[in-house]
Design a protein around this ligand. Structure first.
Ligand SMILES: [Zn+2]
Length: 140
């Protein structure tokens, strides 16, 4: 399973103790999930929050990007036909043709940038249309 997480220590609002936050994204059955969990080390404060959808809360994305750095999705053959890529993006993201074209242009030139889990999900959707793509990360 493709997953990426980050553990952050903050201050518990209830008791002032140490609060451990565990935040992450993962792919399950072709969907992008995100979750955040908190546990206080000195009082009973604890929560767990999980949901799915293409739009992960920005706070979670930023925490993952800060910890792990962005991932970049690239076409292995930028000269290949854009038609299957356009189709994959439109189906997966419900984009208009103009939006899908802009995203495809970005993919062909600089590559698409996002969290590792987001880029792996887009990659798997594009691969279903027999287009070869790679996901690069700065940490390797
Ligand atoms: Zn506490």
């Amino acid at each position: 399973m493709i997953t990426q997480g980050v553990k952050i220590t903050t201050r518990c609002e209830a008791c002032g103790g140490v609060l451990m936050r565990d935040t992450g994204q993962f792919i399950d059955r072709g969907r992008l999930w995100w979750g955040t969990e908190g546990t206080c080390l000195s009082c009973p404060v604890a929560w767990c929050d999980q949901d799915f959808g293409d739009a992960t809360p920005e706070e979670i994305r930023q925490a993952l990007l800060a910890e792990h750095g962005p991932a970049r999705l690239r076409l292995q053959d930028p000269e290949a036909s854009a038609v299957p890529v356009l189709r994959a993006l439109r189906e997966a993201h419900g984009l208009s043709l103009a939006q899908a074209r802009a995203m495809t242009d970005e993919l062909k030139t600089t590559g698409l940038v996002g969290t590792l889990v987001e880029m792996e999900l887009v990659a798997s959707r594009i691969r279903q249309h027999s287009v070869r793509v790679t996901v690069e990360t700065s940490s390797g």
